[in-house]
Design a binder for this molecule. Structure first.
Ligand code: CU
Length: 157
């Protein structure tokens, strides 16, 4: 067996091992991703703040967001805004379904995170960590940035 041929086989083995690792670990971990996570800053004594994010389900199965937790809030709920006549009501949801291969955008308007009882929040531009818990057992960490508007200068991607 020539030396070159042996090197080529080593390389193929390496690629195969990398591919298997990707299937069992790295790729599976990125089945659900969170982007554009931010909290709309309220006045200093605001008892609740609204949070927004995009949740992408890159897997082939639907997932349901069941719970969000974070050290900086007493409680985080998922709310949907519904008009009842002229009244705007906020309906707490038990879960938020993310269809297979799709993204759900939580943005000012319909669905938002109601972040209740803020504790020791950082200044504008700072971030707070939250954990999203899904019905399939996966947990996804997200860093949410505090800012005034979706398009303010400190908007990060
Ligand atoms: Cu709300």
């Amino acid at each position: 067996m020539s030396e070159n041929f042996r090197t080529a086989i080593d390389r193929i083995n390496f690629i195969l091992v990398a591919a298997v690792m990707c299937i069992s670990y790295a790729c599976a971990n990125e089945a659900i991703t969170v982007s554009d996570a931010w909290i709309k800053q309220g006045h200093a004594n605001a008892g609740t703040l609204a949070g927004y994010m995009t949740i992408s389900n890159n897997s082939g199965k639907e997932v349901v967001l069941r719970e969000i937790s974070g050290d900086h809030f007493e409680k985080i709920e998922i709310h949907r805004i519904e008009m009842q006549g002229d009244l705007m009501k906020m309906i707490p949801l038990d879960g938020l379904m993310i269809p297979a291969g799709e993204s759900v955008h939580l943005q000012p308007g319909i669905i938002h995170l109601m972040m209740i009882g803020p504790v020791n929040l950082p200044q504008r531009g700072g971030t707070v960590d939250v954990v999203l818990h899904f019905d399939n057992g996966s947990r996804v960490n997200s860093s949410m940035i505090l800012k005034n508007h979706e398009n303010s200068p400190e908007h990060h991607h």
